[in-house]
Design a protein around this ligand. Structure first.
Ligand code: NAD
Length: 273
């Protein structure tokens, strides 16, 4: 599928933002990328170039990426703006209000939020018909799925154009029609994850209780987060990134797992043609 060359603005040059910029640049689009933290912005092109080389993709694609510290300049000429800043509702609302003042009237505005309803992020905009969600997965240049989420206000034309944009860039966009927290992927994943946490809580002294509990018909149905999870976070055990979460992660184990996941995703990409 072919798509006319577009001007894309990516706001946030972190883990997701630089990868999303890479995918659109490789698809032939001109990409401006903005971040409020100079170090993150300054390193974006080097990170993209390293990824392109590692994947055997055309390294010259990085030349279509233009970093800018000025938000207005990043979005002013864009046909499409995608936001990938921190998962913080007030921050995203404030950012989109500002983007709306600088972007052209027909520019489509997308958020890469993981779980926040798009309705909440976009409800304050003057024109909500052009606002939607695009939920990518990490790493964006290897995982094909992108959830495209509309709200009650999103125009079908905005959804269609966004679906076509992502399809033409080699992604597998799916239209999520219900704007619920977590959309589809993260909603299912975290329901399962909560169950996994509940299982870990049972391991150890109360084995008998655990066995009894596995035969009970109901799955875990607590309304709030697990106290076990709360205690881990309170103690700084944040998982992979802090060296310990549900289990310890040595630097070697981290590097080995990262390499294994990348290897697996690369093979899957080759298998998918
Ligand atoms: N990490 C994942 O696996 C993943 C997957 C899908 C979606 N997401 C979502 O994507 C978004 C970004 O996640 P990430 O993992 O890339 O985070 P990250 O922390 O790696 O990157 C966020 C970037 O936003 C920048 N930023 C913060 N405030 C800003 C502002 N006001 N203006 C411009 N830039 C600003 C930060 O400097 C940082 O570079 C979040 O909403 C997250 O929930 C993450």
């Amino acid at each position: 599928m072919r798509m006319a060359k577009a001007r894309i603005a990516v706001i946030g040059a972190g883990l997701m933002g630089h990868g999303i910029a890479q995918v659109f640049a490789l698809a032939g689009h001109d990409v401006s990328i903005h971040d409020s933290v100079a170090a993150n912005l300054d390193s974006a092109k080097a990170r993209i170039l390293a990824n392109l080389k590692d994947l055997g993709d055309d390294p010259s694609a990085v030349e279509r990426v233009q970093p800018t510290a000025d938000l207005a300049a990043a979005v002013r000429e864009a046909d499409y703006v995608v936001e990938a800043v921190l998962e913080d509702l007030p921050l995203k609302q404030k950012l989109f209000a500002e983007i709306e003042t600088h972007a052209r009237p027909r520019t489509i505005l997308a958020s890469n939020t993981s779980v926040i309803p798009i309705t909440k992020i976009m409800e304050g905009l003057r024109d909500r018909s052009r606002a939607l969600g695009t939920h990518w997965w990490n790493p964006p240049y290897l995982v094909p799925l992108v959830e495209v989420i509309g709200t009650q206000w999103t125009s079908p034309a905005a959804i269609d154009w966004t679906m076509a944009l992502h399809k033409a860039a080699g992604k597998m966009p799916v239209h999520v029609k219900k704007d619920v927290p977590g959309f589809v992927g993260n909603r299912l994943q975290h329901a399962l994850w909560r169950e996994a946490i509940a299982l870990v809580e049972l391991v150890g002294t109360d084995l008998t209780l655990a066995i009894h509990q596995t035969v009970l018909p109901d799955i875990e149905n607590r309304r709030g987060p697990s106290p076990y999870l709360e205690a881990l976070v309170a103690n700084g055990k944040l998982g992979f990134k802090s060296g310990e979460g549900f289990r310890p992660w040595s630097a070697d184990a981290q590097a080995a797992l990262r390499a294994k996941v990348l290897q697996h995703l690369k093979k899957a990409r080759i298998a998918d043609g």
